[in-house]
Design a protein around this ligand. Structure first.
Ligand SMILES: NC(=O)c1ccc[n+]([C@@H]2O[C@H](COP(=O)([O-])OP(=O)(O)OC[C@H]3O[C@@H](n4cnc5c(N)ncnc54)[C@H](OP(=O)(O)O)[C@@H]3O)[C@@H](O)[C@H]2O)c1
Length: 422
């Protein structure tokens, strides 16, 4: 029987789970596919560290070359912190035509074009279905289905940490900081949560999903995010009063040969399926040219779902007998930013409770041809009151003009949040 040595780069939370899944499936795989899997060398930084797997210490090495040279298939479970070194190892595996299975969405999002171009020129196999979706097998669904149609648009809650924080603010009345602390205590947020909170984690997933859903490469350097931390508990409260929820959304669309996207807080109709996805759950709703909307819901992260998805990738390599794909992506996208979504806007404005202030606000909007669709004036506290307005879409340059005009009149814009117009 053919022997397949599987090398691992990293044996942390995900790597250890993957090693356990591989070891418990050796017989099953040999019966089904006629190959004898075996874990070969495993690259780690610290040989003495206690690990969540019984891989013998003789297999561990701090020399990545041993893994690259002595394996038939390489599983990358290190990503994250050392993205450049991970990229270097991956490129070396591809050059030696060894199939690679990846866990790191960040490495794909940052260096995916170089990696995929090399795979296509070397005719080498790469799989990275596990990098996005976690327990939602979204990449496999896209690859197996949607053969006769195009995915044109997607909206998702792709980051579990920010969704947990928003749910806690909304349901329990926590401040953003209190909710973040709770998420960290429960293990839903990293000690350094910057990438989750600033929307970078969701942005990496948008890049990877665009590869899967639209076969297009988007240069992440052209994308930006609006931090999820820009939301106050008052915004949650007012949005709810108006029949909306504020959610940490990632939206992307291909329109007139351009890639339009937004990653940041958005108001969404309370009846929309994504408005009701709470805590650490994720959702991705695709719009297919023939099927219309299709939603996929589940736990989007976690070491066990990721390791399980990596094992599925490993089985796919065995099933396809190491065959490579020639069309990992079909083209690069020209990016235009979220303002092109032309979304309606929510404004929370603080103003002194004096005669004529509200009229002044309405006048400024009218002078800039902005239609106010709804307005709520809240009770004044210590002489100041919140005014909440829902308007039609407004160009960024006009927002800048209005902000300046208001500043000279001691009117403060606290928050502007776009709507997700389905
Ligand atoms: N954890 C999750 O829930 C999750 C979910 C989805 C995707 N992922 C992805 O899975 C990958 C692994 O995540 P993890 O949570 O398993 O991480 P982890 O626990 O920190 O493990 C990282 C492993 O890589 C090894 N390593 C070697 N060189 C490294 C370097 N320069 N920088 C960082 N690590 C190095 C570490 O060695 P030592 O053990 O000796 O330190 C460790 O074994 C990442 O790409 C991550 O984005 C993780």
């Amino acid at each position: 029987m053919r022997k397949i040595r599987i090398g691992l780069l990293g044996l942390g939370v995900v790597g250890a789970e993957l090693a356990n899944i591989i070891n418990s499936n050796i017989e099953n795989i040999s019966e089904k596919y006629g190959v004898q899997m075996e874990i070969g060398k495993v690259f780690v930084r610290d040989l003495q560290k206690k690990r969540n797997t019984d891989i013998p210490s003789s297999k561990l090495t701090t020399n990545a070359d041993e893994v690259l040279n002595e394996s038939d298939i390489i599983c990358e479970c290190m990503g994250g912190a050392g993205t450049e070194i991970t990229k270097e190892y991956i490129m070396r595996c591809i050059k030696s035509k060894k199939p690679v299975i990846m866990s790191s969405k960040k490495v794909i999002a940052l260096y995916g074009k170089d990696i995929l171009d090399l795979c296509m020129s070397q005719k080498s196999q790469i799989r990275f279905d596990a990098t996005v979706g976690g327990g939602i097998p979204i990449a496999k669904v896209i690859k197996e289905c949607f053969k006769g149609e195009k995915i044109t648009k997607a909206v998702g809650i792709l980051n579990a940490t920010s969704n947990y924080i928003y749910s806690s603010m909304d349901k329990k009345g926590y401040s953003f900081e209190q909710a973040l602390k709770k998420a960290q205590d429960l293990g839903y947020a990293e000690n350094d949560p910057t990438e989750d909170i600033d929307g970078l984690d969701a942005l990496y997933k948008v890049v990877v999903l665009t590869l899967f859903a639209m076969k297009s490469w988007v240069n992440i350097k052209e994308l930006s995010t609006k931090s999820f931390s820009s939301i106050d508990i008052l915004d949650m409260k007012y949005a709810n009063e108006l029949g909306y929820r504020i959610k940490p959304l990632a939206i992307f669309e291909k329109k007139n040969n351009k890639f339009i996207y937004r990653v940041g807080p958005c108001l969404i109709d309370e009846k929309h399926i994504a408005a009701n996805v709470i805590n650490n759950f994720n959702i991705i709703v695709f719009e297919g040219s023939n099927s219309g909307k299709l939603g996929f819901y589940g736990q989007g992260a976690g070491s066990m779902p990721t390791a399980t998805a990596m094992f599925d990738d490993l089985v796919s390599v065995l099933k396809t007998n190491f065959e490579y794909e020639t069309d990992l992506y079909e083209g690069c996208e020209i990016v235009t930013d979220y303002r092109d979504f032309r979304n309606n806007l929510y404004w929370r404005i603080s103003v002194e409770n004096t005669i004529g202030k509200l009229a002044h606000i309405c006048n400024v909007f009218a002078q800039n041809s902005i239609n106010i669709e709804k307005v709520i004036q809240k009770d004044a506290i210590n002489g100041k009151m919140d005014v909440v307005l829902l308007t039609n879409s407004v160009d960024a340059t006009v927002i800048d003009l209005i902000t300046k005009e208001f500043e000279t009149n001691q009117i403060e814009i606290n928050t502007i949040i776009p709507f997700f117009n389905d």
